[in-house]
Design a protein around this ligand. Structure first.
Ligand code: SIN
Ligand code: FE2
Length: 210
């Protein structure tokens, strides 16, 4: 089956799924851009507020602001890498293109969170709500191993699942902007791009535009 770039599916609650948004060459180019970003802004181990429990993913960011979390400071955006103190590298061009093509929002993103999932990593159900402007979408791009992505309207409510593969894009906008979502598991043997690991990029607008 051929997946066309324009093919997209809008789920009932406003979640837009664009399978095969990045072709193989673009996935490779984005992987190289993310690897270059990691050289300048090394992956760090985020920790839960209060408990200090480590996340199972490692993270870094691109863009003027980056999302970080640690025991003392909790969830927040900041302009500097928490370990090097340096500014984050620029958002990769293909990620900016995805924001422009899929985001339907007239201002640029300010943060591109990079999550690295090993084969055992997962992400519990949560809302993305550390941003000031919920009229802005969250645009997500997946590379490497496929995962089972879950979402639902409320914590503890019924969830739906979607398999996200390398090159797929997902937009959380409108009613789905504050949907609960997470990654139930990484699927082994689904992609050679990252040797069994998965990278997810999420683009966000953090501040209210002037
Ligand atoms: C996230 O919610 O930050 C990541 C979602 C994903 O990995 O697909
Ligand atoms: Fe999220």
């Amino acid at each position: 089956m051929t997946l066309f770039k324009g093919a997209r599916e809008t789920f009932a609650d406003g979640l837009v799924y664009v399978p095969g948004y990045l072709d193989a060459g673009e996935q490779d180019a984005l992987r190289a851009a993310v690897e270059a970003a990691i050289v300048s802004a090394p992956l760090f181990q985020p920790r839960m507020p209060r408990t200090g429990k480590p996340f199972s993913v490692k993270m870094t960011n691109c863009g003027p602001l980056g999302w970080v979390s640690d025991q003392a400071g909790g969830y927040r955006y900041q302009a500097e890498h928490p370990e090097t103190g340096r500014p984050w590298p620029a958002i990769p061009a293909l990620a900016l293109r995805a924001w422009e093509e899929l985001g339907a929002y007239p201002h640029p993103p300010e943060a591109c969170l990079v999550n690295l999932y090993g084969p055992e990593a997962r992400m519990g159900l949560h809302q993305d709500r550390d941003e000031e402007d919920f009229t802005a979408p969250v645009v997500s791009l997946s590379l490497g191993a496929s995962c089972i992505f879950r979402w639902g309207p409320a914590r503890g409510g019924k969830t739906q699942s979607l398999e996200l593969a390398s090159g797929d894009a997902l937009v959380l906008a409108g009613a789905a902007r504050l949907a609960y979502h997470g990654v139930a598991r990484i699927l082994p043997g689904t992609s050679a791009l990252l040797g069994g690991e998965r990278i997810n990029l999420t683009l966000r607008r953090v501040t209210k535009p002037p």
